[in-house]
Design a protein around this ligand. Sequence first.
Ligand code: ADP
Ligand code: MG
Length: 311
Amino acid sequence: MVENVIETEKLTKFYGERCAVYRVNLRVTKGVVYGFLGPNGAGKSTTIGMLVGCLRPSYGRVKIFSLDVFKHRIEVMSRVGYLPEKPVAYRNMRLEGFLEYMGRLEGLTRKEAREKARELLEFVGLGRLAVKKVGTLSAGERQRLGFAQALIGDPELLILDEPTSNLDPVARFEILSKIRLLASEKGVTTLISSHVIPEVGRVSDYVGIINNGSLIAQGPISDLIAQEEDEYLVRVSDPERLATRLLERDYILEAKFEGKDGIRLRVDVNNAHKLWVELPEVLTEEKLALYGFKPVGDPLERLFLRKVGVA
Ligand code: ADP
Ligand code: MG
């Protein structure tokens, strides 16, 4: 049986009359990286606040490791590493001192805490700043420190609220690959929220998409995008001729002209392989010269945009 590390049932949160989260049933299975995606204001941080026991649900339940978070908060949270959207830290402490202190709070001995702090500062790329004061860090460095802080107790479950929002593209890539590494090497289950879809798609196995407080899609990425459409950009010597021939086929959903020699094709994903076979045949039959052929965009991002009603 698949074990759910996080399981919520009809999780709902009202702020006064405003409904921020509505009947959300999250399922996060053991060992996966789960991308919790949604535009700004969708309800990600509110949901996460309820997962970690900081916010009380208006209705519904949260179970982590099969335990009710509100009845067993200390026990549950001792096995969870949490990076809040706006990490807080003691401004006047040095980075290594701060992490060591956090390690002590997690029950490590002084020596263990010191070693762990050094190791984690290296891991998140802050090794050379170990003796700097927390208050002098940039937003991105602060986020890295928060990531280290979330890892100090060797958690089985990591909950990261927009861990890459203040990072530049290189740093994002670095942190996301560390998250992937923790999952594959240590089996750490991870929930990571974000509004940056393609990059989270690359490291996640599962996604849940939230919009206006409701979970509108959830499942393995491969299943979700299997129902999507593929898009390709083809450049040829006579785009009109090619479009006429391709539109005879059912799996070509749309062909739009782009530039002087381009056609943008929307293709049924389940039959996309046919295009790869038949396009060269048509080109030969019609004696067309091919200048370029490439997939366009990211299927997960397209799914997201369609689900939230933008595309
Ligand atoms: P996200 O993290 O996806 O950007 P949030 O969970 O922070 O979204 O917010 C969801 C909605 O709830 C937003 O409309 C936000 O304005 C509202 N909200 C969040 N926190 C509060 C609060 N403490 N009081 C009132 N409204 C809030
Ligand atoms: Mg948020």
